[in-house]
Design a protein around this ligand. Structure first.
Ligand code: ZN
Length: 241
């Protein structure tokens, strides 16, 4: 017997399991690889046919046994491994499922597309919230946003793929920021001079030189104890503390 796993997920899945195909008993080679390609946004689901197999089971003291395992059970284990049971939808998870027949139906695809959309909307919100609080959103949030809207990079700056040459290290927190960044998106500190047309700090002398950029993430307080820059600026340091 065999079952078909279908996926509309935008990432590839891969697994190696200690399984041997039925009909090849006694030939060794307990390694079966399972591959599912990343599915295109509006194309057909990717499919993977899984067969019944013998699973190598450890008994004791270098003793192993062959355990017959049904295709459906292997498929369930693969889906669990790949998705971590993140978002259950009937016989599978959002975007990846065991087909009722040999091929995915239009109804199955529609149901899983709706579930994946809902899951990705949650991931997109999560990514947006992280970005707003200056945390780098994980890749899956970016993929979710791009799956929902392939043109999202135009409206979501954090979704855009960053190239190494476009980045520099923040001199304070050492995290990567855009080459032309004036404020660091991670530590919120000013790391470069404001362009003259944006510098309103002293309108009477617009050409006044800017203070030198801060070079170190810490400054030394009156007691010699380092204080973090940009935090608790108004906290008085008690004398003799
Ligand atoms: Zn920084």
């Amino acid at each position: 017997m065999s079952v078909t796993i279908a996926s509309i997920y935008p990432e590839a899945f891969f697994a190696v399991r200690e399984l041997r195909a039925v009909g090849h008993e006694g030939e060794g080679g307990y390694r079966t690889t399972y591959n599912l390609a990343a599915a295109p946004r509006d194309g057909d689901p990717e499919i993977l046919v899984v067969d019944d197999a013998y699973e190598r089971v450890y008994i004791s003291d270098n003793q192993y046994d062959d355990r017959f395992t049904k295709a459906e059970d292997i498929a369930k284990k693969l889906i669990r491994q790949w998705t971590g049971d993140m978002w259950q939808v009937g016989e599978g998870q959002a975007g990846i499922w065991i087909c009722a027949g040999p091929l995915p139906t239009a109804e199955e695809k529609a149901r899983h597309t709706a579930a994946q959309e809902q899951m990705f909307e949650g991931l997109a919100k999560h990514g947006e919230a992280l970005f707003a609080s200056h945390e780098p959103p994980p890749e899956i949030c970016k993929k979710a946003v791009l799956w929902l809207d392939p043109n999202a990079a135009a409206t979501h700056p954090w979704v855009k793929e960053r190239k190494k040459q476009d980045l520099k290290k923040c001199p304070l927190c050492k995290k990567l920021v855009e080459q032309d960044a004036i404020f660091c998106e991670h530590c919120n500190q000013q790391i470069a001079a404001l362009p003259a047309h944006l510098n309103f700090s002293n309108p009477a002398t617009p050409a006044a030189p800017l203070p030198p950029p801060i070079k170190s993430p810490t400054v030394t307080g009156p007691t010699g104890v380092p204080m973090s820059v940009g935090q608790s600026k108004s906290t008085p340091v008690p004398l003799g503390a």
